[in-house]
Design a protein around this ligand. Structure first.
Ligand code: NDP
Length: 330
């Protein structure tokens, strides 16, 4: 395993980590979840990603139960939660002080841990002043309940504002952002956040490296019955990722990536994950897997980075045809 610094912080996370969205407590039973957690940890994965909203809290409960059973030293792994969608009531959602406080304590109980290593604001909350959320996160850090706080899918401007407010008032600034990043979705990580890596030392824990599985080519001729897009609660995702015109175009691009992967001796999933790892501004790639075999295949991508030569990367660019334009540097 390779370990990378989480932005400018001193914390090093495994370059590949494991997340529980859609899978834990929905697709995976306890036995398979245990196999996946064990396979990840044994391969050196040190970061496990969660959120209060995943399976309505059941995902964190399952992971908490497994962490307890596995009995790993608390100093050998990092675990996260995210706050935003806690419930339907105004007191139960958003990034106001009350919900940030309640969500953190509820996640600690579900995960059966004393502190969260990473705690994310899952989306921006336009109805709460950013200063209130920054202060609430700072207080949790002072209380020892959270070690590092960050954002997920905030704009560069919102992250910059949180950072500026923290610096102005002597509060803890955000350390990391959790954006979507994969071959089909690049703009935010490669262009919008471009200056934040150097200027504020932003780390990134990137999600959906396979675009929910599209980049494996598995949706090339329909939706397999045992795949994510066949999970009834995720119809909305299927509509967006498979049924839309953009989705169909992405699937055709994925077909070409599958061909390229075969040529260089990688599986499509390994090529897509290795491509994310080539970006030095990616601190960790969060893998999703609904079975152990997928995880084992995906974890092996780290050993094959040398196959992504400059020539191969150029050929990938040709297929993708979506390289974000950086502002001109004078
Ligand atoms: P991916 O894009 O890698 O999708 C993972 C899914 O793809 C698996 O569950 C599996 O689905 C399929 N898959 C994985 N490997 C293979 C393989 N080798 N061959 C065939 N199919 C494969 O990642 P996720 O979308 O799961 O995101 C990763 C993590 O990121 C999440 O668990 C979560 O922790 C985090 N996340 C954060 C978000 C945020 O807003 N901050 C949003 C979304 C995710 P199946 O077998 O069911 O088809």
């Amino acid at each position: 395993m390779e370990y990378r610094r989480l932005g400018r912080s001193g914390l090093k996370l495994s370059a590949l980590s494991y997340g529980s969205w859609v899978t834990f407590a929905i697709q995976l039973d306890e036995k398979v979840a245990l196999e996946c957690m064990t396979a990840a940890y044994d391969a050196g994965v040190s970061f496990f990603d969660n959120a209060e909203v995943y399976a309505g809290g059941e995902s964190e409960k399952l992971m908490g139960k497994l962490l307890r059973e596995l009995g790993w030293g608390r100093d050998t792994y990092c675990v996260s939660s995210k706050v935003y969608w806690g419930g339907e009531l105004p007191t139960q959602r958003g990034l106001h002080r009350k919900h940030i406080h309640d969500a953190c304590h509820a996640a600690l109980r579900r995960l059966q841990v004393d502190y969260l290593d990473l705690f994310f604001c899952h989306r921006p909350d336009l109805e709460t002043p950013i200063e209130e959320s920054v202060r609430a996160m700072h207080d949790l850090i002072r209380q020892g309940k959270v070690l590092y706080w960050g954002t997920s899918e905030w704009s560069a401007q919102q992250i910059q504002e949180a950072y500026g407010l923290a610096r102005q008032y002597g509060l803890t600034p955000p350390t990391m952002e959790q954006p979507e990043y994969n071959m089909l979705h690049r703009d935010r990580v490669e262009r919008e956040y471009h200056r934040l890596y150097g200027e504020i030392g932003l780390g990134t824990t990137i999600w959906s490296p396979l675009a929910s599985g599209v980049l494996t080519g598995k949706y090339s001729s329909g939706v397999p019955a045992d795949s994510r897009m066949a999970v009834p609660q995720y119809d909305w995702l299927k509509e967006r990722v498979i049924d839309s015109t953009e989705g169909q175009a992405a699937i055709r691009k994925a077909d070409r990536i599958v061909g390229l992967a075969a040529e260089i001796g990688l599986t499509p999933a390994q090529l897509a994950i290795a491509w994310c790892l080539k970006n030095p501004n990616v601190s960790t790639v969060i893998l999703g897997a609904s079975r152990k075999e997928q995880l084992v295949e995906n974890l092996a991508s780290l050993d094959r980075l040398d196959l992504l030569t400059a020539d191969v990367l150029d050929r990938i660019e040709e297929v993708l045809d979506n390289r974000p334009e950086l502002p001109r540097q004078f």
